[in-house]
Design a protein around this ligand. Sequence first.
Ligand SMILES: Cc1cc2nc3c(=O)[nH]c(=O)nc-3n(C[C@H](O)[C@H](O)[C@H](O)COP(=O)(O)OP(=O)(O)OC[C@H]3O[C@@H](n4cnc5c(N)ncnc54)[C@H](O)[C@@H]3O)c2cc1C
Length: 435
Amino acid sequence: MSSHPVAIFWFRRDLRFEDNCGLSHALKGDLPVLPLFIFDTNILDDLEEKKDARVMFLHDTLRAMRDQLKEQGSSLLVKHGNPQEVWKEILKAYEVRAVYTNHDYEPYARERDHAIEKLLTQSQIPFHTYKDQVIFEKEEILTKSGGPYKVFTPYKRAWLRQLEDAMLDAYASGLSSGRWYQTKSLPLPSLKDLGFERADIEIPPNRIDEEVIRHYQKKRDYPAQDGTTRLGVHLRHGTLSIRRLAQKAKEINATYLNELIWREFYMQVLYHHPQVVDTAFKPNYDRIPWRNNEDEFQRWCEGKTGFPIVDAGMRELNQNGYMHNRVRMITASFLTKNLLIDWRWGEAYFGSKLLDYELANNNGGWQWAAGSGVDAQPYFRIFNPNAQRKKFDGGEEYIKKWIPEYGTDQYPKPMVVHQEARDRAISVYKKALGR
Ligand SMILES: Cc1cc2nc3c(=O)[nH]c(=O)nc-3n(C[C@H](O)[C@H](O)[C@H](O)COP(=O)(O)OP(=O)(O)OC[C@H]3O[C@@H](n4cnc5c(N)ncnc54)[C@H](O)[C@@H]3O)c2cc1C
């Protein structure tokens, strides 16, 4: 065991030294801080694709952080395993006096943290946890009757009413604090050690483009334009501070801030109703007899439905790990309504591909499209993919970019007749919901 007492800061989805709430508290304490990251096998083992760009991104980010810490005479402890086992090892190897981390609201993470807290408590080690990835968390925004909101607009109003400028102030920067545990460079497992390889996907830059935010509402609905910030992956992994982004949004554009509030809305839905991970938020929607045709699902996944806006979106997702928000809505509506395939299938597929995959937002988006979620699209509102294409990709720039064979005999014929599929969906939904 190392004979120096340390405090550990456990990085999870907050991979930055700047404006990191839990880290700034750890560095204010009396003990030198040893930073830790665990590649969690409970999560990694579920990833089928070995060229997973998200794992590559995490690995690259951690290497860069370790190099920055090296300049401070410190390093980053990176472990690979089941967190409970890893923590037992750490407690044997170091004289740990305190552990600091930031909150994570996903059901698995809450369970994991609860187990680690128990383990630490057995050794009388305090576990200090902080809010970092949202502006408002847990019970901070509630209705007058004390419950969580189920409709976005009143939630948003309450969110804006409660927002104070100081909440967006940055926490003290951590890197040059001089409070790091001094050690020689610690080994970082290679991607190969983790069972992964580099992916061929480019990660969007971690840069707030003020021009994009300024013109957001004019451009954000057109998938051929670079009208959105592409910051989802950085919010997901905390390589960007939500306070910094929300501050910019507040200064520049209320419509953009609105989207950041949607993110918190869905996070509080997941926190208060963790059952949405497996079941419809409105339980009667679990009575829908999904057709779940596997061949049709495959065509949807591959972008071969014969509906160009759907196919372009799916191919963008497959190739780049990204899909434009408007197209996410269209493809999700197509799967759940036109094909009557369970939203959980689509959700899992998006989850396996999206660089910005976020359980709360993905589940929220899918249940919105299926009609089963909080403040969802009504079940009888079904996007017409051709009308959507004309409206949002009138110049066909987006579809031509992603479907090289568009307009030739090679491109498949539409797999359903939209009007018939629409009527079928409405009738199945109506019957199941008893309308
Ligand atoms: C079926 C479906 C699945 C989705 N899955 C995800 C997901 O896994 N992860 C994810 O972050 N978003 C998801 N979204 C929401 C949205 O499509 C993406 O956040 C957005 O397209 C990401 O691109 P961007 O970073 O350029 O966003 P921008 O338009 O620049 O918005 C900035 C940020 O605001 C938040 N945001 C924007 N729109 C929404 C929204 N509708 N709901 C919640 N937060 C939003 C995101 O954090 C986003 O990065 C999904 C939407 C649908 C309809």
